[in-house]
Write a protein that binds this ligand. Structure first.
Ligand code: ASP
Length: 304
């Protein structure tokens, strides 16, 4: 048994680990942990504490993957609800589809009994407004009729205002799962999806080989299909170490577009793990718990 998650997981990792120790299904355990992260306003990149888009609206993305069946469920640009991982699981279990976005995803969440979370915190609104004044140079910016694209490209330092929570596990039945949840890139263009709801880019799981999930620059992992490439490399006989090396080589060979940092989290089916910080500033932390450990440990990612 193993669970690997990123630094934002602190509100939920202990309960996830306890559930896994008690023999819970891996997907139940990681969704339970993610819900704690989503509800914690001090986590400024996921759920209730997340940041809005350019128009000051929250838009959440999340996903789950069952590595036994390789079914996925994902939702993107969901405005009213921040427990998106749980909604994504409903997509996987109730629909013949893998991804829902925008109005359709919101409608589906209400149909499944989710209540509106009123997710824009006063503090998030105040920071967004200040940022908007800064980038437009106006005291009362009115975005109702202006083009948003130029504003989007003026936001030069998105690295500091995004992250995701990602959880990967192999449970006591040797089933492997992955799950993600995020409010995405702060002040993003409305409707922008990052990698968190895109299977193969922000997450992947295959109980035969392992799982991977990424945080930070989704624009890069979408282009390089990073999570799938790691699992596919293990299928082709590469070790976890080599598989992650291959994925890093692909990321750093990208040319043009928005290039920034990426953090890769990966496990194989033998309870090995690897977390690599590819180009993010400072130390990046993550959480690890395996059978036999007393409690989840906070560790520092390798730097590429
Ligand atoms: N990868 C996420 C996205 O692109 C954000 C992040 O993890 O920083 O939406």
């Amino acid at each position: 048994m193993i669970v690997l998650s990123n630094s934002e997981a602190w509100p939920g990792i202990d309960e996830t680990a306890t559930m896994l120790d008690d023999g819970a299904n891996g997907l139940d355990a990681i969704i339970h942990g993610i819900e704690k992260v989503e509800a914690e306003p001090r986590i400024r990149s996921v759920g209730y504490g997340g940041w809005p888009n350019l128009l000051g609206e929250m838009e959440f993305d999340g996903a789950v993957m069952d590595g036994d069946s390789r079914l996925t469920g994902a939702v993107g640009a969901v405005k009213d609800h921040f427990h998106v991982t749980r909604i994504a699981r409903k997509v996987m279990e109730q629909l013949n589809h893998e991804i829902l976005v925008g109005e359709g995803a919101t409608r589906f969440a209400y149909e499944m009994g989710f209540r509106c979370d009123n997710p824009l915190l006063d503090d998030s609104k105040a920071v967004w407004w200040k940022k908007l004044q800064e980038i437009t140079g106006e005291a009362s910016p009115d975005l109702s009729s202006c083009d948003l694209a130029p504003l989007n490209t003026m936001i030069t330092d998105p690295e500091k205002v995004r992250d995701t929570t990602v959880f990967l596990t192999k449970d006591s039945n040797d089933s492997i799962y992955s799950a993600t949840s995020t409010s995405g890139w702060a002040w993003k263009y409305p409707g922008r999806l990052g990698d968190s709801p895109i299977a193969g880019a922000g997450f992947y799981a295959d109980s035969r080989y392992g799982a991977a999930a990424c945080t930070h620059t989704g624009e890069m992992t979408i282009r390089a299909n990073t999570s799938y490439s790691i699992v596919m490399a293990m299928r082709l006989g590469y070790s976890l170490q080599q598989a992650v090396d291959l994925a890093i080589a692909e990321l750093v060979s990208l040319k043009g577009g928005f290039l920034g940092g990426v953090v890769i989290h990966a496990i194989d089916n033998k309870d090995n793990h690897r977390v690599v910080n590819v180009g993010c500033e400072g130390d990046i932390k993550y959480w690890l718990y395996k059978s036999g450990m007393e409690k989840p440990q906070e560790c520092i990612a390798e730097k590429y």
